[in-house]
Design a protein around this ligand. Structure first.
Ligand SMILES: Nc1ncnc2c1ncn2[C@@H]1O[C@H](COP(=O)(O)OP(=O)(O)O)[C@@H](O)[C@H]1O
Ligand code: SF4
Ligand SMILES: [Mg+2]
Length: 381
């Protein structure tokens, strides 16, 4: 099998929040054990609420932040431990498009200087060829070659994002992290920028990690999707799998706000309305971090953090409901979907946060109401 262009294994980035002796140190786990891979010419969409760690993931992948743990491979080369000098060729091949097209361009530089600068830094071409190439890149992103003498303040948000894309393409990257590149733009401009990125991909074979905060933004551009919650990928699979048959309770929650045109798919999208807040990423309690908002809580959810369980269709789901044991139990009792199981909310006895609906129900379900695969003792999946 061909090697992926890019691969991350168990990637983590913790920020130290409180200094002191080892025992007293507090860490904010912005990215916690993320594994993913991206092939040439592919787009992996990363979706999650604000603050869940998307930007930190993008920056750690590009080694702007050095990872706290985990490995990153570009082709067959592991990037861990490389000096800045050894990293230079990889920095040229891995670039980033930023969220804010107003803040990301130096207002004192002309558009020509902004686009040309990365080529100069990496010692590419002669000065004359660099100028020529800058004009070619501006044409490629839908701007005029004579815009090189203008300044960023003379352009609209959409045009500035085009300049940012031209600058990113200047070093001929194989892989670009697009950090919410359309979130700050008017809805009418968003589709234009997505189309531009798709055309560039078709022409150059570049791979994208496309970050967004809602699923509708990544739907059309992505081949695969990773749904992120509090630093981890909770569901990771093909775009048809995620939209057609979302499994993780958080993916269902994200999708439940979207209209579903096909009534056959409506069942899978069924989810209770959003409730509760995610726990703090600083010293998060044990157990599943989605426990406080989940409508499908199992006895084991409060004690342990679920692993990323591989599913028969190839996707990975970080939820005890999709462990091999729980899937087998559902099959044995003829239950097709977790939403068809009797309510289990009274079991949500999380040590730090309780599901809002569980707060008035401290008494466990009587045996008759318990789902048949949920024995009184709970047990590990
Ligand atoms: N440099 C930093 N130092 C400390 N905490 C940070 C830093 N950057 C991000 N964070 C924290 O990490 C978490 C994830 O942030 P971020 O990656 O920006 O999320 P997103 O891009 O999904 O909105 C947040 O709680 C944020 O406050
Ligand atoms: S592991 Fe438990 S709490 Fe977490 S999402 Fe799955 S069912 Fe809900
Ligand atoms: Mg961000």
């Amino acid at each position: 099998m061909a090697e992926p262009l890019f691969r991350a294994e168990g990637l983590s980035k913790y920020f130290e929040m409180q200094k002191g002796s080892f025992a007293r140190k507090k860490y904010l786990k912005a990215v916690d054990g993320v594994s993913l891979e991206i092939d040439r010419g592919e787009t992996l969409g990363i979706v999650g609420e604000s603050g869940c760690g998307k930007t930190t993931l993008g920056r750690t992948i590009l080694q702007i932040y050095r990872p706290t743990a985990g490995k990153v491979f570009f082709g067959n080369m592991e990037l861990e431990g490389l000096s800045e000098r050894q990293m230079l060729p990889f920095r040229r091949k891995m670039q980033m498009i930023f969220q804010d097209p107003y803040a990301s361009l130096n207002p004192r530089f002309t558009i020509g200087d902004i686009v040309e600068e990365p080529m100069a830094i990496h010692g590419m071409y002669t000065p004359a060829r660099r100028r020529e190439r800058t004009q070619e890149l501006l044409s490629l992103v839908g701007l005029k070659p004579d815009h090189i003498r203008r300044y960023p303040h003379e352009f609209s948000g959409g045009q500035r994002q085009r300049v940012g894309i031209a600058r990113t393409l200047a070093t001929e990257p194989d892989f670009i992290v697009c950090d919410e590149p359309i979130s700050a733009l008017d809805v009418s401009i968003q589709a234009q920028i997505v189309n531009l990125l798709e055309n560039i991909q078709a022409e150059t074979g570049v791979a994208y990690l496309f970050i967004a905060h809602d699923l509708s933004m990544v739907r059309h551009i992505s081949h695969r999707i990773g749904v992120m919650y509090l630093g981890s990928l909770v569901e990771y699979g093909g775009v048809e799998q995620i939209y057609g048959d979302p499994l993780h309770p958080y993916t269902r929650l994200l999708l439940s706000s979207e209209p579903v045109p096909d009534p056959r798919l409506a069942r899978a999208h069924r989810a209770p309305p959003p409730e509760g807040e995610p726990p703090s990423p600083i010293d998060a309690p044990p157990g599943c971090p989605f426990c406080s908002r989940c409508a499908f809580v199992l006895p084991e959810c409060a004690a342990d953090r679920p692993k990323a369980y591989a599913q028969p269709d190839g996707r990975k789901v970080r939820c005890f409901q999709y462990s091999a044991r729980r899937r087998q139990q559902r099959r044995a009792f003829g239950v097709r979907d977790i939403a068809d199981a009797p309510a289990q909310r009274p079991h949500a006895q999380h040590p730090h946060v309780q599901h809002p609906s569980a707060q008035n129900s401290p008494v466990p379900c009587p045996p008759a109401q318990r789902p048949p695969w949920s024995p009184a003792g709970g047990g590990r999946a």
